[in-house]
Design a binder for this molecule. Structure first.
Ligand code: C2E
Ligand code: CA
Ligand code: CA
Length: 397
């Protein structure tokens, strides 16, 4: 196994040395920087964890946060500061808005065991994306070709019941098996598909593959509910409910085995039209899920009007729960809201046992995240499930 690497950036040598010692005891290879400029000049994207002092002479933490964001840093960040906790909290929020991975923060002075606990609680390896990044920009003609020649594949990520670890369902997540670039993640081509009018075709490819897979599982006595992501554009076609229903009939499935995930933001575009379509889908007995909940601007009233069966709490709140009382309050409130409105609640992006335990204590029903498993091809999913049931004989399907 590769040794994990931790970089500490702090102008106080004593402090940097202290972090160095604790991290080394926790099994990290450690490198120290006592000067922000030197750190910037010598930056290499290979640290698993960066411990960053926010207050150093000649620079401020915000500048370093911006720098790390610009270089696309994907290390886990631990922020430390002698400022009051309010400042640390704002810096964290800013870093998250810049797309950085915040693992926690500590106010100076902190104790050996506080840092130790934080380092032990990190889940590092799963953060590395399993997809490749193409060295040349992707062009839309390639995507058109991909849609025609079966280059899009669907991976499945399990969702487990917190109560007994039984399988609740699987989310279908699209990937592009590119002939030269390898396996590409959806963030590299969904926006392109939306911008060039290809998203309906893409959604259709994913729906068909997911339903075909659902049928294959049923033929093997596995009744697995599958969730598919719907983009805002697709949600505006009035004929959508009937077309999806035809597809369900083709694969001899029940609509209740299919969950359609709609992001909160997608819902807000052309709300009336979307509500029409969603209501008709719900009347046909499809399950509807409101995705990335908490990041958009839907109001309580809209949530009540839209016929959702389930709420997915956005990963950003789950990530922050450990160290942010506000994030905890938001998660708690969403769970209560779901409960009162009779919707199931799924927590997304659960990476640690601590998060699972917290969610269990708050009464959350379902969990999806790397702690359980990463998205995987259908064949691997079936193997994973067999292993899961042999490890958890009390769970049911
Ligand atoms: P999403 O719908 O919010 O899907 C969840 C994303 O979180 C997935 O990323 C999943 O791999 C990732 N994830 C799950 N558990 C964890 C975890 O514990 N930690 C972390 N860090 N990440 C976790 P993925 O597969 O890269 O998909 C990204 C987004 O692309 C999706 O976000 C969804 O908005 C979009 N997408 C994926 N497939 C489709 C599709 O077929 N159609 C459309 N329209 N959008 C899709
Ligand atoms: Ca989703
Ligand atoms: Ca989501």
């Amino acid at each position: 196994m590769n040794t994990l690497k931790l970089v500490v950036v702090d102008d106080e040598p004593d402090m940097a040395g202290f972090v160095h010692d604790v991290a080394e005891q926790a099994g990290f290879a450690v490198e120290q920087f006592h000067n922000a400029d030197v750190f910037r000049e010598q930056y290499k994207p290979c640290a698993d964890v960066i411990v960053l002092d926010l207050m150093m002479p000649g620079t401020d933490g915000v500048e370093l946060i911006r720098f790390l964001s610009e270089v696309g840093c994907d290390s886990l960040l631990v922020l430390i500061s002698g400022f009051d906790p309010g400042v640390l909290h704002s810096a964290q929020k800013l870093a998250i808005e810049h797309g950085l991975n915040i693992a926690g923060s500590l106010s100076k002075p902190f104790r050996h065991h506080e840092l130790q606990q934080l380092l032990h609680g990190l889940s590092i390896s799963p953060r590395r994306p399993s997809h490749t990044t193409p060295d040349k920009p992707l062009v839309v003609d390639e995507l058109r070709e991909a849609l025609k020649s079966d280059q899009l594949v669907v991976h499945y990520q399990p969702q487990l019941s917190i109560r007994d670890r039984s399988l609740v369902g699987a989310e279908a997540l699209v990937r592009w098996q590119h002939p030269t670039h390898g396996l590409l993640g959806p963030e590299l081509f969904i926006t392109m598909a939306e911008r060039h009018g290809l998203i309906d075709d893409l959604t259709w490819v994913v729906l068909q593959q997911a339903m075909q897979q659902c049928r294959n599982w049923l033929d093997n006595d596995l009744k697995i509910r599958v969730a598919v992501n719907m983009s805002a554009t697709t949600l505006k076609h009035l004929e959508l409910p009937e077309r999806i229903h035809q597809l369900v009939r083709k694969y001899r499935l029940q609509p209740s085995q299919i969950v359609l995930e709609v992001t909160e933001n997608a819902l807000m575009q052309e709300l009336i039209k979307s509500l029409d379509i969603l209501t008709r889908l719900r009347m046909k007995n499809f399950r509807l899920s409101i995705d990335d909940f908490g990041t958009g601007y839907s109001s309580m009233v809209q949530l009540h009007r839209a016929p959702f069966s389930e709420i997915k709490i956005d990963r950003s709140f789950i990530m922050e729960m450990d160290y942010d009382a506000e994030a905890r309050a938001i998660v708690e409130t969403i769970i209560m809201l779901g409960d009162k409105l009779g919707m199931s609640v799924i927590a997304e992006g659960v990476e640690t046992q601590a998060e699972w335990d917290r969610l269990a204590a708050l009464g959350c029903g379902t969990v999806q995240g790397y702690l359980v498993a990463k998205p995987m091809p259908a064949a691997d999913f079936t193997d994973w499930l067999a292993q899961h049931y042999s490890r958890n004989p009390e769970s049911t399907i």
